[in-house]
Design a binder for this molecule. Structure first.
Ligand code: ADP
Length: 399
């Protein structure tokens, strides 16, 4: 069974074709700058690469590029489109409507559309992506929606409510939803596998640290709290996002600088975080290199990040009543060994002990335990694989 995984953004469409017999990636790529000019990249599992500028005015035109390359004589990986058994879509916002993955029909599309106010850029793009697939493949190929928010739907109300007037929750659904759920689900289950235990017997704190970052507290396989909120802006500082703030900072700056809500939104989402503090870059590699060269603001950005990771882990330890494991994942979590080491060293008071050598070695997509055998909490690096989770859910629902 071959499953096509689609992740449609506002101006991009990423894809992977996965052979579920051995879960290998047959091909993957990205249509970038859709509606602007257009750039298409494609790579096969056996290393053939194709890249070109091509005008893509909308998601349907982008999807035609994907369809054509998959069956192309030189760069293709299947003989006919009929080999694609099902399509799985990543959907960012499932709101309170979707607590698990679901087969897509017109009602589901309407549901995803109804959540556009909560995730304007993402959900609108996902709907375009779904419609593009239906247009090109017809309705015979089943499609499945896998939601970033779904894994977090088990949070208790005390964790997901914001203490603003209750009517805003009732009228607009203002609450914490959490994101990166597919990643937190994958790494927590993989962690249980690596520990040789049932996830129902474990308390795990998962740290997804990438361009966007979130930390989640998981008890017996169920999320009980997570750092992202109504939108992905909440929680720890990120590449260009602030993370949590005193809300008065927002009104204070807006008044002083005469900024509209949407201008403020751009500052909080696109100009803050690593970029805002360091003035160097939103990318941890650039900021770390600048810090190594003695740039004080770059050093400060890294100090803030490590401090905030530590604070979240500490608070989730309290919420969970201790933890059996901490997991690091995503670009920063999988690669930035010094952040992992600095955070874990600060948890020594509760018996967390890092194995420095294992930590140094576990980078660039490697998976493994980085805590010492006598550490009170196991610490793992587990490369995330959201596409595989989407493909597995799609297979389960359509087989
Ligand atoms: P996204 O949230 O966009 O999926 P990623 O998970 O790819 O982002 O994470 C991007 C971050 O991870 C960047 O800050 C980058 O510096 C860091 N990162 C990615 N790869 C590496 C690497 N090989 N070494 C160090 N840092 C990396």
């Amino acid at each position: 069974m071959k499953i096509l995984v689609i992740n449609a953004g506002s101006s991009s469409m990423k894809y992977q074709l996965i052979d579920m017999s051995d879960e290998s990636v047959l091909a993957k790529g990205n249509c970038e700058r859709i509606g602007v000019d257009g750039h298409f990249k494609h790579k096969t599992g056996d290393g053939r690469e194709y890249e070109k500028d091509v005008v893509m005015n909308n998601h349907t035109e982008a999807f035609v590029q994907i369809k054509n390359i998959l069956i192309d004589e030189k760069y293709g990986v299947i003989k006919s489109l009929s080999e694609v058994s099902a399509i799985g879509h990543r959907i960012v916002q499932g709101g309170s409507l979707f607590s698990e993955s679901t087969i897509i029909n017109e009602d589901v599309i309407k549901g995803i559309e109804s959540l556009i106010p909560l995730a304007p850029l993402h959900n609108a793009a996902h709907v375009q992506g779904i419609r593009a697939c239906i247009e090109v493949f017809g309705s015979d190929v089943p499609e499945v929606a896998v939601f970033d928010t779904a894994f977090h739907s088990t949070m208790p109300q005390k964790a997901f409510m914001y203490p603003v007037p209750y009517e805003y929750y009732e009228k607009y659904g203002v609450r914490r939803y959490g994101f990166h759920g597919t990643s937190h689900r994958y790494v927590s289950h993989r962690c249980a596998e690596l520990m040789g235990k049932d996830i129902k017997d474990l308390k795990i704190i998962t740290c997804h640290l990438g361009n966007g970052s979130s930390i989640t507290a998981i008890d017996k396989g169920k999320v009980i709290d997570t750092s992202m909120g109504l939108t992905p802006l909440d929680g720890i500082m990120m590449g260009t996002r602030t993370g949590s703030l005193d809300p008065s900072v927002v009104t204070f700056i807006a008044e002083k600088e005469h900024l509209s809500p949407s201008e403020m939104d751009t500052i909080l989402n696109k100009k803050s975080g690593f970029l805002g503090i360091s003035g160097v870059s939103s990318d941890d590699r650039d900021v770390s290199a600048a810090a190594d060269d003695g740039n004080e603001r770059a050093k400060l950005a890294i100090d803030i990040l490590e401090y905030e990771i530590l604070k979240y882990i500490g608070s989730y330890m309290a919420v969970l009543g201790g933890a059996d494991a901490i997991v690091f994942t995503a670009g920063i979590g999988e690669n930035q060994k010094s952040h992992r080491e600095n955070v874990c060293k600060n948890l020594a008071y509760m018996g967390v002990k890092i194995d420095t050598e294992a930590n140094e070695k576990t980078i660039h997509g490697k998976e493994g335990k980085i805590s010492a055998p006598d550490s009170s909490v196991d610490v793992f690096v587990i490369p995330t694989n959201e596409e595989l989770v989407i493909a597995r859910d799609t297979m389960m629902l359509t087989k």
